[in-house]
Design a protein around this ligand. Structure first.
Ligand code: 5GP
Ligand code: MG
Ligand code: MG
Length: 181
């Protein structure tokens, strides 16, 4: 499971501890809620959602939406395609995303969600890069604050690669995506 091109930054063990803490806090804060609609953002959040919901002690409905801003590289294209056909009207929604960077992606998604008239929307992200924020967006639940450096693993990718790694890491050679040149 080790990958020589990726330098470990947050271990699988630390992620597991933090995800459990987030699940416990969410369970506590939504304890009066009869049904929590957990909406994961594909593709990057698939692993985080799978682990997080195992610690949420509130009845859930779980769904996913597609949103992409990065294309295949490391720079955001500055526009977001949001695809959502979930019926969230009247629901308490927990939007779960891998990484909060400029805030554009979640800002656009929350904007789309608001049109569908949910009862409430809160955001949960595994990783936050607060120094990069350009759009007004607050995540109520944050796993780890990280510096502005491109990470992969635990669901997050570079060009579709590295999602399977159980830890979060940095690419040793970001310019080539770790490929040998
Ligand atoms: P934002 O729209 O907030 O600028 O960017 C959020 C999205 O960009 C995240 O959901 C994630 O998909 C992608 N992203 C931002 N930073 C990174 C990173 O360091 N690594 C990877 N793999 N994706 C990132
Ligand atoms: Mg994402
Ligand atoms: Mg990506």
């Amino acid at each position: 499971m080790q990958d020589g091109r990726v330098k470990e930054y947050i271990s699988a063990e630390r992620i597991a501890v933090r995800v459990r803490e987030l699940g416990e806090r969410i369970s506590d804060e939504y304890r009066e809620t009869s049904l929590l609609y957990v909406v994961g953002v594909l593709d990057g959040a698939f692993m985080f959602v799978a682990d997080l919901v195992r610690h949420i002690q509130v009845p859930c409905r779980i769904g996913f939406i597609e949103a992409s801003s990065y294309g295949s590289g490391m720079r955001s294209r500055g526009q977001v395609d949001v695809r959502c056909n979930l019926d969230i009207a009247g629901c308490d929604v927990l939007l779960v995303e891998d990484i909060l960077d400029t805030g554009l992606t979640l800002h656009e998604i929350v904007g789309e969600f608001d049109k569908l008239q949910p009862a409430s929307v809160q955001v949960c992200v595994l990783l936050d890069k607060p120094s990069q924020r350009r759009y007004p967006l607050e995540a109520r639940y944050v796993g780890f604050d990280i510096p502005d450096r491109f990470v992969v693993g635990y669901g997050t990718d570079f060009d579709g690669r590295y999602r399977e790694l159980p830890y979060i890491g940095y690419l040793e050679n970001p310019d080539t995506g770790g490929r040998e040149v």
